[in-house]
Ligand binder design. Sequence first.
Ligand code: NAP
Length: 341
Amino acid sequence: MRPAELEALAAAEAAAAAVRGTTSPNPPVGAAIVDAAGRTVGVGATRPAGGAHAEVMALAEAGEHARGGTAVVTLEPCNHTGHTGPCTHALVDAGIKRVVFARRDPNPVAGGGAEWLRGQGVEVVHPEPDELPAPTLDPWLTAVAAGRPAVTLKFAQTLDGFTAAADGTSRWITGPEARRAVHADRAHRDAIIVGTGTVLADDPRLSARRDDGTEYDHQPRRVVVGTREVPAGHHLAGVCEQYPDIDTALTELWESGARDVLVEGGAGLAAGFVAAGAVDFVQAYLAPKLLGAGHPVLGRPLTETLAGAFEFETTGVRRLGADVLVEGRVARRRRATGENP
Ligand SMILES: NC(=O)c1ccc[n+]([C@@H]2O[C@H](COP(=O)([O-])OP(=O)(O)OC[C@H]3O[C@@H](n4cnc5c(N)ncnc54)[C@H](OP(=O)(O)O)[C@@H]3O)[C@@H](O)[C@H]2O)c1
C-alpha cells in the first residue's frame, strides 16, 4: 500500500468512527478518495440506514478529482442494489482505477464487490489477513458472524476488583474523565442494557450526556433485562424496552436492527452474559482505589479453577485522569465441560 493510501485509510476510519451508532443495521464504513497526485480529495461515511454509502459520500466530495484516482474503503464495496445502488458501479462510473479495502464483506448478498471490480479492469488491493486497521467495523463484523448484536461488557471497579463498597456505595468509583468517556461511548452504541437490579438500586437514565447535561445527538436505545417491573416514576419508566431474559433481549435487538450494544451491569446480569457466551468485548474502568471487601464485578462464580477462566485479549489501554480504561476482546470462551458455551 502506498503512504498516501495509508493516510487516506486513517481519514476513512476517523469518518467511520464519527458515525458509529447511527448506521445500524448497516455497517459504519468510511471511504476516502486519493487523486492521481496522491492527495485525499474526498472523505465520506455511511449515512443512516436507507441513505448513501460511504463510497458515494466520498465520491460526491471528490467530484471530478476522482477520475483516475484510488478509493480507500474500510469495507469491501458492496455489489448489490438495496436502498441504494451498488457502490462498485458508482466507483467505476466515477473513473476510479484502484480500490483498496481493509475488511472483506461477509454478507453473501452484498459481497463479491472485489471480483466484480477486477472484472471491470479496476486494480483491487486487499491486504490479507485483515492487517489494515479498521477497528470501528469490529462490532458489526462480530455481530454478523454471531447472528446477534455484538456485546461489550462495561464495568468500573477498584484495583482489587470491587464495583461497590460493602455498604453498597458505588458513586463514584471513577472520576469525571472516565465518566465523560462512558457518555461519549454511549453516543456511539445502538443500545445500553442493564438488569432490573441496577434499575431498582440506581434509577439510571442511560442517556448519553455532555458535562453540561445536554444530550448527544445520537441516543442509544435503553434496554432493561429482568422480570421485575420498572417502577413508575423511575427515569427509565416509559422510555425503555424491557425483556425478561438475555436471549429474548438479544433476539429482539438483532431483529430490530441493533448490531452494537453495551451491557452496563449490574453484577448479576453481567455474570449471566458472560456465562451465556454472549460477551465479545470488555471495557474495564479501573480506579486507583482499594476496598478490601465489597461487591464484585460479577455476581456469581464462572469457574472453580484458573484454567476455566474467560480470557480476553487486550486491545487498548487508556489513561483517563486518575483512572485507566482497559479494553479487550474475547480470546477464548470455556466451560469446565469444554469449549464455547
Ligand atoms: N460499578 C459498576 O460498574 C456498576 C454498574 C452497574 C451496576 N452496579 C451495581 O450493581 C448493583 C445491581 O446488581 P444486581 O446484580 O443486583 O442487579 P442486575 O445485574 O442489574 O440485575 C439482575 C437481574 O437481571 C435479571 N436477569 C435476567 N437474566 C439474567 C441472567 N441470566 N443472570 C442474571 N440476572 C438476569 C434478573 O431480573 P429479575 O429478577 O427481575 O427477573 C436479575 O435479578 C447495584 O448496586 C448497582 O449499583 C455497578
